[in-house]
Design a protein around this ligand. Structure first.
Ligand code: TYM
Length: 334
C-alpha cells in the first residue's frame, strides 16, 4: 500500500539542547523539511515524567521552539507545535496503553537508566512513556521518524504496538510501521568526559557536553578539557575500538566537517589529539555559536514563539482530529 510520507519527531523541553540533540536529530529535521511534510513536536507531556517546575517548563518549551527555528526549521514548511496542545496525544496514549504489553515495557533500557536503582519511586508516567511516544507518531500516521540511536528501541516498540493494533482490530495497514531515520556517523554523540555514556542534559558536569547556547570560550575550554588519548591519532578505526573518548571526538569532527572517518584518519594519523581538538573547536564555534546567538535573540520576543506554536497546533489538530475519529471507530468508542 502506498501512502503519503510524513515525518514526525519530538524533543523534550528539559532545558539547554546540546550537540547530541543537534547532530542526532535537529540537523536531520532541517534537511527533511525540504523533502517531505514534517511535524516537529515539543513533547511537554513527556517532560512531566520527571518533576518540572511549572515556570521553568513554560520557559523551556519556548526555548525549544527557539532552538528549532535557530537551527533552520521554517514554520511555514514544518508544523511546529507542543504536544499537550493537541488532546489526541493523551487520548491515543490511553488506547495504546491497553494495546502495549507490560513485558514489552519491561525491556526498555531507557526506563532502567532513568529510574536508577529505586524503580519503585519512579513515576508511572516514566514507565509508560514509550506508549505515549508511540501515540505521538501514530496519531498522525507518520511514516518516518528522525531520531538519535538512543531512541531506536522506543521506535521498535512503536512498530510493535502499531502491528498489534492493526491485528487486534482487524485493520491491516491502518497504522503504518514508522521507519527510524538515524544518522550514520554520529547516531550517538557521547559525553566528553566518559565515552561510554551518551551526551545528555542530565549528566552533572557541564564539561560533558557542548550546549547550543555555549559561548566560543566555553566551547574552546570544553573541547580542550575533553578526554582523548595519550597516544597519537591512529590511521585506522580498529585501533580506536577501546578508546571511546578519542573515537567520539573523531566522529564529531567527521560529522561537523562533513568528511568521512577514513579521510579524517588519513589527514590526522600520527598527530597528537591536541591538533584535532584545535580544529574541532574552531569548527564547532563557527557552526554552534551562531545558533546560540539566534536562540537568545528569538527568546526576546516570546509572543512570536507563542504564535508559531498556535499556528502549528491548528494544523496538527486538523490532522489529529480526523485520525482520532477513525481510531475511535476502530476500537468501538462512541
Ligand atoms: P530527547 O528529548 O531526549 O532528545 C531529542 C532528540 O535528540 C536525540 N539525542 C541524541 N542523539 C545523538 N546523541 C545524543 N547524545 C543524543 N541525545 C539526544 C534523541 O535521539 C532525540 O531524537 N523520547 C524522545 C522524544 C520523543 C519523540 C517522540 C521522538 C517523544 N515522542 C516521537 C520521536 C518521535 C526523547 O526523549 O528525546
Amino acid at each position: 500500500m502506498s501512502r503519503k510520507k510524513l515525518v514526525f519527531s519530538g524533543v523534550q523541553p528539559t532545558g539547554n539542547l546540546h550537540l547530541g540533540n543537534y547532530l542526532g536529530a535537529l540537523k536531520n529535521f532541517v534537511s527533511l523539511q525540504n523533502e517531505m511534510e514534517c511535524m516537529y513536536c515539543v513533547v511537554d507531556l513527556h517532560a512531566l515524567t520527571t518533576f518540572q517546575k511549572p515556570d521553568v517548563l513554560r520557559n523551556n518549551v519556548l526555548e525549544t521552539v527557539a532552538s528549532f527555528i535557530a537551527t533552520g526549521l521554517n514554520p511555514d514548511k514544518s508544523i511546529i507545535f507542543n504536544q499537550s496542545s493537541v488532546s489526541g496525544h493523551a487520548q491515543l496514549a490511553w488506547i495504546l496503553n491497553c494495546v502495549s504489553r507490560i513485558g514489552w515495557l519491561n525491556r526498555m533500557t531507557q526506563f532502567k537508566d532513568k529510574a536508577g536503582t529505586d524503580k519503585e519511586k519512579a513515576s508511572v508516567g516514566l514507565y509508560i512513556y514509550p506508549n505515549l511516544m508511540a501515540a505521538d507518531i501514530l496519531l498522525y500516521k507518520a511514516t518516518h521518524v528522525p531520531v538519535g540511536a538512543d531512541q531506536k528501541q522506543h521506535l521498535e516498540l512503536s512498530r510493535d504496538i502499531a502491528q498489534k493494533f492493526n491485528k487486534d482490530f482487524n485493520c491491516k495497514d491502518f497504522f503504518p510501521l514508522p521507519e527510524p531515520l538515524i544518522p550514520k556517523n554520529v547516531a550517538r554523540v557521547m559525553s566528553l568526559r566518559d565515552g561510554t555514556k551518551k551526551m545528555s542534559k542530565s549528566e552533572e558536569s557541564d564539561y560533558s557536553r557542548i550546549n547550543l547556547k555555549d559561548s566560543a570560550e566555553e566551547i574552546n575550554k570544553k573541547i580542550k578539557k575533553a578526554k582523548s588519548d595519550s597516544e597519537q591519532i591512529p590511521d585506522n578505526l580498529k585501533s580506536l575500538e577501546k578508546k571511546p573518548e578519542a573515537l567520539n571526538l573523531i566522529n564529531i569532527y567527521s560529522e561537523i566537517s562533513e568528511t568521512t572517518i577514513e579521510k579524517v584518519l588519513n589527514e590526522m594519523s600520527g598527530k597528537e589529539y591536541s591538533f584535532l581538538k584545535t580544529k574541532l573547536a574552531d569548527l564547532l564555534i563557527s557552526e554552534i555559536t551562531p545558533v546560540g546567538k539566534e536562540i537568545k535573540k528569538l527568546l526576546v520576543d516570546r509572543s512570536h514563539l507563542e504564535e508559531i506554536l498556535k499556528k502549528g497546533r491548528e494544523k496538527a489538530n486538523f490532522i489529529a482530529e480526523e485520525n482520532i475519529k477513525n481510531i475511535r471507530e476502530k476500537v468501538g468508542l462512541i
